[in-house]
Design a protein around this ligand. Structure first.
Ligand code: AP5
Ligand code: MG
Length: 192
């Protein structure tokens, strides 16, 4: 069982890469953003809260996200491993994920950081806005998501570096370019 965390700015390509890697290797892709968007579509209490918080670019509270993630992992019977996309995005979430997987004897194998420049990311988001119509792809929500990311998520690079887990991928090129670099890392993890 190999668990891999994928990190990076909004539009670094986390979702796109995870989709390809899960097809290629059989990982289970857990995107907390997708879970929240499906709750929004169903109009649940959680979904309504998500609409208030994430559509303006804020982060959901840890005391909701941490149990949600743990339940999602426990409910799965997959044997290859998980790709965590969008989780953890705070220090508290990172500590919980690390301890939780460690206790399950399935520790985090690697944290792949998709390193993208802001101008590249914003171009992708504005383009996606014309295709997918995500309410958090407006200019003001993007600015808020960046602020949240810089304050709460960026410090995790240092946290995971100290644990010797960070691997950096240049995510400014094509999806093939990011995918090729990530595949090298994962092949090395799967065939040590
Ligand atoms: P989430 O859905 O995780 O959003 P995000 O982190 O802002 O990232 P995105 O999904 O926008 O980008 P991505 O990196 O997946 O890129 P993608 O592959 O789509 O979370 C949404 C919100 O939910 C958060 O803001 C927060 O409010 C809340 N939330 C989620 N998790 C949470 C948590 N743990 N705690 C608290 N709150 C939480 O690519 C983007 C676009 O670019 C696509 O159109 C794609 O086709 C294109 N593209 C991708 N790669 C390339 C490339 N190499 N070249 C050209 N185009 C590319
Ligand atoms: Mg995504």
């Amino acid at each position: 069982m190999n668990n891999i965390v994928i990190m990076g700015l909004p539009a670094a390509g986390k979702g796109t890469l995870c989709q390809r890697l899960s097809e290629q290797y059989g990982f289970e892709h857990i995107s907390t953003g997708e879970i929240l968007r499906s709750e929004q579509a169903k109009g649940t209490k959680l979904g309504n809260m998500a609409t208030r918080v994430i559509d303006s670019g804020g982060y959901m509270p840890d005391d909701i996200m941490i149990p949600m993630l743990k339940e999602r992992v426990i409910a799965s019977d997959n044997a290859v491993g998980f790709l965590f996309d969008g989780f953890p995005c705070t220090k508290e979430q990172a500590k919980h994920l690390h301890a939780f997987l460690f206790m399950r004897k399935q520790p985090i194998a690697s944290v792949i950081f998709l390193d993208v420049k802001k101008n590249v990311a914003v171009e992708r988001l504005l383009k996606r806005a014309t295709i997918e119509n995500r309410p958090d792809d407006t200019e003001s929500a993007i600015v808020n998501r960046w602020n949240e990311y810089e304050q709460k998520t960026l410090p995790l690079i240092d946290y995971f570096s100290k644990l010797g887990l960070i691997e950096t991928v240049d995510a400014n090129g094509t999806t093939d370019h990011s995918h090729a670099q990530a595949s090298v890392i994962i092949d090395r993890i799967l065939n040590p």
